[in-house]
Design a protein around this ligand. Structure first.
Ligand SMILES: O=C(O)C(=O)C[C@H](O)C(=O)CO
Ligand code: ZN
Length: 276
């Protein structure tokens, strides 16, 4: 498991492109036959990718957690972004098609991931946060998710949010998770942008076509920087930072949050005339 420490916004003002990428960008999140995990010190949020091929892959108990097993004090959200697969939790198997989600409650001892067809493997994206109690392990399909339509063609930001793990959906201690889909011909996400000092957030960009990229914007609204992000790359957004992107084409991204509250609408808007 890789570790990413916290950065003070005053320090961030001095960052070069390479420093920005080293601290906030996570690449190669979905590698065939592997599990990749990143531990962010913002709200102790872990995010990762698992692509099982012919063999199942188990969620490891990393020594950094000093726990008897990964979910001893944590909860987990899993969203399948690839082919059909399954997740087994303490011997019970949940089939997950593309865009199915599984919330796994604190106290689950063994979690393993498998693909139905090694030639079209599942791509499981993982978000995990510390948890104070056990909520039931629950599967949600895309049609169970709360659908929110935002944006319009004039602003090239027409998009649909699918909220799976959230205040009024699948229950969790602090994890909030879902994904956003840009409609064809639209490129902007989360613009005008916002911050939420109460929560950190991680974006995983996916379905970014091979020759295309997303310019992801971060930083305090008056001190913004960009990171060029490609398919299956994730960006950590500190609580003090905006998190927004403009792609060279449409794309999707998974967002996951943890922190002080789970109120999706608890955002501090950064009006366009404040952005620099
Ligand atoms: O497209 C959007 O707007 C989003 O998806 C916003 C994220 O969900 C977010 O930043 C929630 O805080
Ligand atoms: Zn946000």
């Amino acid at each position: 498991m890789k570790t990413r420490y916290g950065v003070h916004p005053e320090h961030f003002k001095t960052f070069t492109t390479d420093q920005t990428r080293t601290e906030f960008l996570a690449q190669n999140m979905m590698e065939a036959g592997k599990i990749e995990l990143v531990y962010s010190h913002y709200d102790r949020f872990i995010f990762g990718g698992v692509v099982p091929t012919s063999a199942a892959i188990e969620l490891p108990n990393d020594d950094d957690l000093r726990a008897d097993y990964f979910l001893e004090r944590r909860e987990l959200g899993v969203l399948n972004l690839g082919g059909a697969g399954s997740v087994s939790v303490d011997g019970k198997t949940y089939e997950l098609d593309r865009f199915d989600c599984l919330y796994v409650g604190r106290g689950s001892k063994t979690v393993s991931f498998a693909s139905n067809d090694a030639g079209a493997p599942a791509h499981f994206y993982l978000n995990s946060a510390p948890a104070h109690k056990e909520y039931p392990t629950t599967k949600a399909t895309q049609s169970d998710a709360n659908r929110v339509e935002l944006g319009d063609d004039e602003h090239a930001n027409k998009r649909v949010l699918f909220q799976y793990i959230h205040e009024n959906g699948v229950q969790s201690c602090q994890l909030v998770m879902g994904f956003t889909e840009l409609l064809s011909g639209n490129i902007w996400n989360t613009f005008p942008p916002h911050t939420h000092e109460r929560r950190m957030e991680v974006y995983l960009y996916f379905d970014v076509p091979q020759e295309e990229l997303v310019m992801h914007f971060m930083g305090q609204p008056t001190e913004t920087r960009h990171i060029a992000v490609r398919n299956f790359e994730a960006v950590i957004s500190p609580p003090w930072s905006i998190h927004s992107g403009a792609g060279t084409s449409a794309y999707r991204f998974v967002w996951g949050m943890a922190g002080e509250n789970q109120a999706f609408t608890d955002m501090d808007a950064a009006p366009l005339d404040n952005i620099r």
